[in-house]
Design a protein around this ligand. Structure first.
Ligand code: UD1
Length: 351
């Protein structure tokens, strides 16, 4: 069996790591990188830190408007799929790289498996929501991370193509958590264990409107402990363009960090402030309280279990939410126990 994995953006490299390991001995596994993310600390560092094999192909597509970026990926991936003739194209998550690979493959009658299928925010302003819905409906096999995702797929008439495999981010997170346990926190700013927060902001809905971005930064600046803001290049670029100083009040600005450093920084922190999908869930799995700067979340379990609070408007009161007391402990495992990659590979082999 030959499987072509297509990735392009940071969260996809994290999901690829356990899959690449689980493929060994079961498939001829090829990796195509679209080049959507290209900075060293947004891309190569993840391959090196997580022991992911070097991509067999890199399209070097880079940044651009949605149509321009997705179109360049479609053209490049079509050629790679024709040349390699895989039995499956495996796509990850909800980025433009995901959608481009799914569309390129189905048009060539190559079967598509979608890892992290069935997530829904029901927010049609998010580019990722369109990428998910379109990919799920194009794909032949839907590898869902949670029962909630399975239920969404069933509602859309996709139950027969869906398999609950668990969440591969749990696999990689637990491995890396154990590797970094006991090592010092490696951030550019010196921090004290439990005495700081970790923040990330990158969603267009938060970064593109200067008034909203300013309100978010002002809100975070009032938090009573240091906040290390790991600034995605998109955030840095837009803040500069709008004349917004990111390093206000409690905030110290840092470059994005590698995955092991991130996991170590989160596990030793007092909490997380983010608009990232993955980080909300990582915070929950590490039992660190999270405040999410969005009107809704795909990872509803984190909210229902009390570890995640959504803040969408009242950023003046953000500090109080961030500094709330820790919730009651739970041993709930809605994201599986760390065996999802093996289950995903099994599902491909069986079909
Ligand atoms: C993309 C995904 C998003 C995912 C995120 C993870 C889409 C539509 N969005 O958003 O779902 O959560 O990745 O980070 O696919 N840039 C650099 N260097 C890089 C990468 C990006 O400077 O290596 C800058 C560029 O100015 C670029 C901007 O960041 O225009 C946005 O990058 P892009 O890949 O378009 O989207 P993300 O915001 O990263």
């Amino acid at each position: 069996m030959r499987v072509l994995s297509v990735v392009g953006a940071r969260p996809q490299f994290v999901k690829l790591a356990p899959i690449a390991r689980a493929m060994a001995g079961h498939a001829d596994h090829l990796i195509a990188h679209t080049g959507q993310h290209y900075d060293h600390n947004m891309s190569d560092a993840f391959f090196a830190d997580l022991g992911i094999p070097h991509p067999d192909f890199n399209l070097g597509v880079g940044s651009g408007k949605h149509g321009e970026q997705t179109g360049a990926m479609l053209a490049g991936l079509e050629k790679i799929i024709e040349d390699t003739a895989p039995d499956w194209v495996l796509v990850y998550g909800d980025t433009n790289s995901t959608l481009a690979a799914a569309v390129a493959a189905v048009k060539l009658h190559v079967r598509v498996a979608h890892l992290e299928a069935g997530l829904r925010s029901f927010n049609r302003r998010m580019p990722e929501e369109h990428n998910r819905v379109l990919t799920d409906h194009a794909a032949d096999l839907l590898l869902a991370p949670t029962q909630v995702a399975m239920d969404h797929l069933a509602t859309e008439g996709l139950a027969e193509r869906s398999v609950l495999v668990g969440d591969v981010m749990t696999d990689v997170l637990y491995q890396v958590r154990d590797q970094v346990a006991g090592t010092p926190v490696d951030l550019a700013t010196p921090v004290e264990r439990g005495g700081y927060y970790v923040a990330t902001i990158h969603r267009p809905d938060n970064t593109d409107d200067p008034a909203r971005l300013r309100a978010i930064i002002d809100g975070i600046a009032k938090v009573g402990k240091p906040v290390v803001l790991l600034a995605h290049p998109r955030l840095r670029g837009l803040a500069e363009r709008h004349g917004i100083e990111l390093g206000a009040g409690s905030i110290t600005v840092s470059e994005p960090v590698g995955y092991p450093q991130l996991v170590n920084a989160v596990v030793n922190s007092a909490g997380v402030i983010t608009d990232s999908g993955g980080l909300q869930k990582e915070a929950f799995l590490l039992r660190v309280p999270c405040t999410t700067l969005r009107p809704e979340t795909e990872w509803v379990e984190t909210v229902e279990l009390g570890w995640n609070v959504l803040v969408d408007r009242d950023f003046d009161a953000l500090a109080a939410t961030v500094e709330r007391p820790r919730p009651a402990d739970t041993d709930a495992a809605p994201y599986g126990t760390g065996q999802a990659a093996a289950a995903a590979v099994r599902a491909l082999v069986e079909r």
